[in-house]
Ligand binder design. Structure first.
Ligand SMILES: C[C@@]1(CC(=O)O)C2=NC(=C\c3[nH]c(c(CCC(=O)O)c3CC(=O)O)Cc3[nH]c(c(CC(=O)O)c3CCC(=O)O)/C=C3\N/C(=C\2)[C@@H](CCC(=O)O)[C@]3(C)CC(=O)O)/[C@H]1CCC(=O)O
Ligand SMILES: NC(=O)c1ccc[n+]([C@@H]2O[C@H](COP(=O)([O-])OP(=O)(O)OC[C@H]3O[C@@H](n4cnc5c(N)ncnc54)[C@H](O)[C@@H]3O)[C@@H](O)[C@H]2O)c1
Length: 257
């Protein structure tokens, strides 16, 4: 028998969407690289502390401290910054002192806190990537350490290819899924696969523009088709009449085909 499973391509990274919201992150250093790290963290709603002597802060990091967006410790890193009661979920260093970097890395390993040590890939538990952001949409490009500047160029090319309003259409899909779970809140396996099958058909059949053109009333109208298991076209929703609606028949199969 010839196996038709995906081929394993080792040597990559495990790309995940880390839920760092409301968790404590320590950023060591306050220069340009740290400023980028801080922005990434704030975009993910993390609680950020920057440890760096005041005179080392760049304008952006100083601004965020002054605005209260991040906490500041006006000194160099000390092991007490990683005491258990500080509950630090992640450490990012971006300092111009390689020996101190390595000491901090070793300390992170000792206390089992995942760390990214800028400039020292072998001392990173995870790498950053170049991120395209459009509302709820994030696309991360990684070259796995080969060419970070190329990663940024590829990220821009991908961003430019996407239709305008892509992020907004994803927000609409999020609203629709929440509405669907309100009218069909079942937690059983069949409820879940039924919701998944219907939502998958909506996502396959509706375009970005159609999702964006949908208002709250249209969404209520659309989810009302769920119980009969059909997916109407956008035009039918706007006509507002189920009798005249052009619908795609639901084939009754639950789960993936
Ligand atoms: C994507 C991005 C995200 C971010 O940092 O937010 C990122 N680096 C960015 C820019 C950038 N970094 C560097 C340059 C100068 C040009 C060049 O060298 O190419 C430029 C370009 C510039 O500044 O324009 C220098 C550099 N970078 C690393 C080393 C050490 C080494 O390679 O040994 C050296 C010194 C090399 C040397 O000594 O020569 C290492 C890493 N940099 C990574 C991420 C991880 C791998 C990601 C991947 O491979 O995809 C990894 C492994 C670890 C990490 O940092 O997490 C961000 C673009 C964000 C954006 O603009 O969208
Ligand atoms: N990975 C990447 O994407 C990437 C890209 C460019 C540069 N780098 C590297 O990242 C490092 C930081 O770059 P930068 O441009 O932000 O440097 P920078 O010189 O602007 O900032 C370094 C900061 O570290 C602080 N610092 C030094 N020792 C410290 C300590 N023990 N505790 C706390 N703070 C300390 C300094 O006060 C300063 O604020 C450099 O080694 C640089 O080569 C990495």
């Amino acid at each position: 028998m010839v196996a038709s499973y995906p081929e394993v391509q080792g040597g990559g990274s495990l790309i995940l969407a880390w839920q760092i919201k409301n968790k404590n992150v320590l950023v060591v250093g306050g220069g340009e690289v740290a400023a980028g790290r801080v922005l990434n963290l704030l975009n993910a709603d993390a609680r950020v502390t920057v440890v760096c002597p005041k005179e080392g802060l760049n304008d952006e990091v100083a601004f965020r401290i002054q605005q209260g967006q991040v906490q500041h410790l006006n000194r160099v890193f000390l092991p007490i910054d990683l005491e258990p009661e500080k509950n630090v979920a992640m450490v990012l260093t971006a300092i111009d002192d390689p020996d101190a970097s390595t000491r901090i890395w070793k300390y992170c390993k000792k206390v089992k806190v995942p760390a990214n040590i800028a400039d020292v890939p072998p001392e990173c538990d995870f790498y950053f990537g170049s991120v395209h952001r459009d509302g709820p949409l994030q696309i991360m490009v990684s070259t796995n350490g080969n060419g970070p500047r190329l990663a940024a160029a590829i990220r821009r090319q991908i961003g430019d290819m996407l239709p305008a309003g892509t992020g907004d259409s994803i927000k609409k899909v999020g609203q629709l899924r929440r509405k669907l779970r309100r009218i069909a809140p079942g937690k059983g396996t069949e409820d879940i696969s039924s919701r998944m099958t219907w939502m998958s058909k909506v996502c396959d059949q509706w375009s970005t523009e159609e999702f964006n053109a949908m208002d709250d009333e249209d969404m209520d109208e659309l989810v009302s088709y769920y119980t009969e298991g059909t997916v109407p076209s956008f035009e039918s929703i706007r006509l507002g009449s189920k009798d005249e609606a052009v619908v795609w028949e639901f084939d009754g199969s639950f789960g993936w085909m």
